[in-house]
Design a binder for this molecule. Structure first.
Ligand code: OGA
Ligand code: MN
Length: 208
């Protein structure tokens, strides 16, 4: 029998191995993205989300001119079912990537993300200068009926070209955190996603 999810994971591994990047549509199904968007965190105003900073721990800075998104880290001990469903798919992804590419990725960290209308994230690399434990960036978008004209593309800078990715509901983008610079272009409507990293060490609850 054809297992659609394992086909998606196969495509993902092929993309990472060849380009450092994979785009997998329908990683989450419409009913799954709906149930995530219906969570209080996405509906009870931006106040629940913290303004995202730049850098780690005591070096963290808030700099509106570099990034304008609001984030809230997911606590896997208390996360509601729709988020646990996503995290369990991520765990399957990690197991599959480890087996296929002979890696030993160990853990993940994920936050809810809201880019208010007009906000952006300037060109950057996801690995911290002093902490290279982020190996793969994984972003799953939640935005229904997103059109080119809405903006908000993820722009990926390959060595020889740029690639723009629309933040379509259910779409997962996964790329090498050490390799690919990228930016988020401003959008004409709020832009929601689950943003995470796959790590080569255990993090536990360091964000909480
Ligand atoms: C990030 C980031 C890209 C996106 O949060 O580091 O680059 O498409 N996000 O949301
Ligand atoms: Mn990034």
């Amino acid at each position: 029998m054809i297992n659609a999810f394992s086909d998606k994971l196969n495509a993902l591994v092929d993309g990472i191995a060849s380009d450092g990047l994979a785009i997998v549509d329908d990683f989450l199904l419409p009913e799954e993205t709906d149930s995530i968007l219906a969570l209080d965190e996405f509906n009870s105003s931006l106040l629940q989300f913290k303004k995202a900073g730049i850098g780690q721990n005591s070096h963290k800075q808030i700099n509106e001119s570099i990034r304008g998104d609001y984030i809230q880290w997911i606590d896997r001990e208390t996360a509601p079912a729709p988020l646990l469903n996503y995290l369990s798919k991520l765990k399957e992804l990690i197991t599959f990537v480890n087996q296929s590419l002979f890696l030993s990725l160990k853990d993940y960290e994920v936050h809810l993300t809201n880019y208010p209308t007009g906000s952006y994230y300037k060109r950057h690399l996801d690995q911290f200068k002093k902490d290279d434990h982020r190996k793969l960036s994984v972003i799953c978008y939640l935005n229904k009926d997103w059109k080119d004209a809405d903006g908000g593309q993820l722009r990926i800078y390959h060595q020889d070209r740029e690639q723009d990715v629309l933040p379509l509901a259910g779409r997962l983008v996964c790329f090498r955190s050490d390799l690919l610079e990228h930016e988020v272009l401003p959008a004409t409507r709020p832009r929601m996603s689950l943003t995470g990293w796959i790590l080569d060490q255990y993090v536990g609850l360091k964000h909480l």
